[in-house]
Design a protein around this ligand. Structure first.
Ligand code: HEC
Length: 269
């Protein structure tokens, strides 16, 4: 009887701690772990002139499809958007056709499943959030389309998170079902380490080290969060060139107008 009461008290404390941690994880997840500096990576898309590396985006898509898509959707990306990654229409149709899309209702009022097509969006792997949470220790794997924008550090954070699984310090108790991660706020994450060396075999022959895959999928998720990044940068450069041109023309006309006035002044003397 005594031991029963004791174990009940113990599990109650455990649940209370779990709930508290859950609350903390939930509120703190807008940023990387407090006081932890994210290692800064070099990205091809950094800077005013930086562009995406197409080969890297294709590798990132492969990592997403083969690993992350098991738990995470990309609801703002349609298959036809993959044309941006320099795939041709047949390749995109082939990728889309491997997705299962729930469509309907049909004439009998039933929903049905069909192969994906170009205008479809990457589907979520779970029917709803309850089903997603039930399969993942109570945590819902978030949609990844805008993740690179939603987290401080963007691609650096995603790369750090995926490579940041390590042994917890001796004085740190990791709750059951969670994993220790150096960069996740609160350090306990409900996503078990998703990538390890050679988790995929790259179509382009690149060595699939953990670091390489984390880098490629982080670049890919930067593209999903801002597919128009390059157009924005190019537009910015044209705007600057336009203003330089206008400045030049204005300066030249000012000189011309005042040159005439100066001449008039001169003739009066
Ligand atoms: C087995 C399921 C599973 C797989 C596979 C998986 N994840 Fe997750 N992921 C989760 C869960 C669950 C969470 C929510 C974790 C939490 O809130 O504690 C999560 C959260 C995340 C987050 C958000 C972290 C934050 O700051 O809130 C990112 C980013 C992420 N996953 C990226 C990835 C990437 C990239 C891959 C593929 C390489 C991947 N995940 C594969 C289950 C998964």
């Amino acid at each position: 009887m005594k031991t029963l009461a004791k174990s009940a008290a113990r599990s109650a404390t455990k649940y209370a701690l779990g709930a508290l941690c859950g609350l903390m994880l939930g509120t703190a997840s807008a940023q990387a772990a407090e006081g932890v500096k994210l290692p800064e990576q070099d990205w091809s898309f950094d800077g005013v002139l930086g562009l995406f590396d197409r080969a890297q985006l294709q590798r990132g898509l492969q990592v997403y499809r083969e690993v992350c898509a098991g738990c995470h959707g990309l609801r703002y990306i349609a298959f036809r958007n993959l044309a941006d990654l320099q795939y041709n229409e047949d390749q995109i149709k082939a990728i889309a056709s491997e997705a299962i899309i729930v469509d309907g209702p049909d004439d009998e009022g039933e929903m049905f499943e069909r192969e994906g097509r170009l205008p479809d969006y990457f589907p979520s792997p779970f029917a709803n959030d309850k089903a997603a949470a039930a399969s993942n220790n109570g945590a819902v794997p978030p949609d990844l389309s805008l993740m690179a924008k939603a987290r401080f550090g963007g691609a650096d954070y995603i790369h750090a998170l995926l490579t940041g699984y390590e042994e917890a310090p001796a004085d740190f108790e990791v709750l059951e079902g969670l994993s220790y991660n150096a960069y996740f706020p609160g350090h306990q994450i409900a996503m078990a380490q998703p990538l390890d060396d050679d988790a995929v075999e790259y179509a382009d022959g690149t060595e699939a080290s953990l670091d390489q895959m984390a880098r490629d999928v982080a670049a890919f998720l930067t593209w999903t969060a801002e597919p128009k990044l390059e157009a924005r940068k190019t537009a910015g450069i044209w705007v600057i060139l336009f203003f330089l041109f206008v400045t030049g023309v204005t300066y030249a006309s000012k000189k011309k107008i005042w040159a005439d006035l100066h001449k008039d002044d001169g003739s009066k003397e």
